[in-house]
Design a protein around this ligand. Structure first.
Ligand code: FES
Length: 130
């Protein structure tokens, strides 16, 4: 199976690459299978309804094409979402949004959603609420 058009698009033109200065939360996830590592940085703000949302999000990924494409996609999916909604994003949501990944590459797609969830948990821990 080949990479979908969407995967190639997000790999060659990834969205939200980089680092956020003084982030509200950082999530780091490593892939034990290949040793690749992903960092996700988030900035949190309140929306008009007073709910906390992901105002800004960036990623840094040392990994394969699938890892980069899924990082890019997860940042796009999470941006502007409430923390609650972002916590519910799954690796399946990410893979589905990319028009699916080759089966041997599914392990790569685990990183993105996990790193996002860790960044949110990091933020909550820092704020002193579980
Ligand atoms: Fe390491 Fe894909 S081969 S994340």
């Amino acid at each position: 199976m080949e990479y979908s058009k969407k995967v190639v698009e997000h790999f060659t033109h990834p969205k939200n690459v980089g680092e956020i200065k003084n982030p509200d939360g950082i999530g780091k996830e490593g892939n034990p299978v290949c040793g690749d590592v992903m960092h996700i940085y988030i900035k949190v703000a309140k929306n008009k309804q007073g709910k906390e949302i992901i105002k800004d999000i960036k990623f840094k990924t040392l990994g394969c094409a699938a890892a980069i494409a899924t990082s890019s996609m997860v940042t796009e999916l999470a941006k502007g979402k409430t923390l609650e909604q972002a916590m519910k994003l799954t690796k399946k949501d990410v893979a589905d949004s990319l028009g699916n990944l080759p089966p041997v590459k599914m392990h790569c797609s685990n990183l993105a959603a996990d790193a996002l969830h860790k960044a949110i948990i990091d933020y909550k821990n820092k704020k002193g609420k579980k």
